[in-house]
Ligand binder design. Structure first.
Ligand code: ATP
Ligand code: MG
Length: 231
């Protein structure tokens, strides 16, 4: 077990927007985490990452209950969130972005060092000297993904990574995520509007509606379920 949520509730101000969210993910598993706009997907990811305090329940990573552990410490443990709308430094070059994050996250014996990331994303190698904010949406997304991979990602959460990407790039990016999951026992959580692309690599599906999990099962079961008409 890599990640375990037990009865998680979270929200903003007076409003609790997700409640009683429970699931467990195993190493190498790829979860398609689906649901309508406003269902509570991003809120759930933020509470796993420690960006939003839990109102009840618990999140455990690698057998350790995270409690009020800082975001930085969660990253050091291998939890990674690629946020909706990206997390890059737009005024730095691609190389500077990678160097800054590598200095923080790449430890001795890490799964992915700087050279590995350039190998995974050759376009970033070509763009080393380019200011990140001046690149296309797709290239910025690829940079965000490169930054998330640096170090030893053990659970990579991607919040709508395909936004702004051409369909063939989406497929290639998802294939890469799939390959890393299977070769390095990395777990992935994929929040995605492009349901078809996510379903190609997912081996588990959770559907959220109105802040609660309404389906949890295998991709084939999801397709056969009543909830599939949502999409
Ligand atoms: N910062 C915030 N302050 C107050 N309410 C928020 C905030 N962020 C989200 N919400 C509300 O919480 C609910 C869940 O939002 P959330 O962003 O988790 O949904 P989502 O499933 O990620 O949706 P989407 O597919 O549109 O990204 C929504 O009703 C939203 O309006
Ligand atoms: Mg969202």
């Amino acid at each position: 077990m890599v990640l375990r949520l037990s009865g998680v509730a979270a929200g903003y101000g007076p409003k609790t927007v997700v409640s009683d969210v429970s699931f467990t993910l195993e190493p190498g598993q790829i979860l398609a985490f689906l649901g309508h706009n406003g269902a509570g997907k991003t809120t759930t990811l933020k509470s796993i990452m420690g960006l939003l305090p839990l109102r009840s329940g618990s999140v455990a990573f690698d057998g350790q209950v995270l409690g009020r552990m800082s975001v930085a410490d969660r990253i050091a443990m291998g939890l990674r969130l690629l946020p909706e709308g990206r997390g890059i430094f737009p005024d730095l070059t691609v190389e500077e972005n990678i160097d800054v994050v590598a200095a923080r996250n790449v430890e001795a014996g890490a799964m992915f060092g700087i050279a590995d990331v350039y190998k995974l994303f050759p376009v970033m190698d070509e763009r080393r000297a380019t200011r990140a904010g001046s690149m296309s949406g797709g290239q910025q997304q690829m940079l965000a993904m490169s930054l998330a991979m640096l170090g030893t990602p053990r659970c990579l959460m991607l919040d709508e990574p395909s936004i702004g990407l051409a369909p063939n790039l989406v497929e290639r990016m998802f294939e890469q995520v799939h390959d890393v999951c299977k070769s390095h026992a990395m777990t992935a959580v994929l929040v995605e509007q492009n349901v078809a692309a996510a379903m190609k690599i997912a081996d588990r599906v959770i559907i959220m509606n109105n802040g609660a999990i309404v389906f949890d099962g295998l991709p084939d079961e999801a397709r056969a379920s009543d909830f599939w008409s949502y999409f």
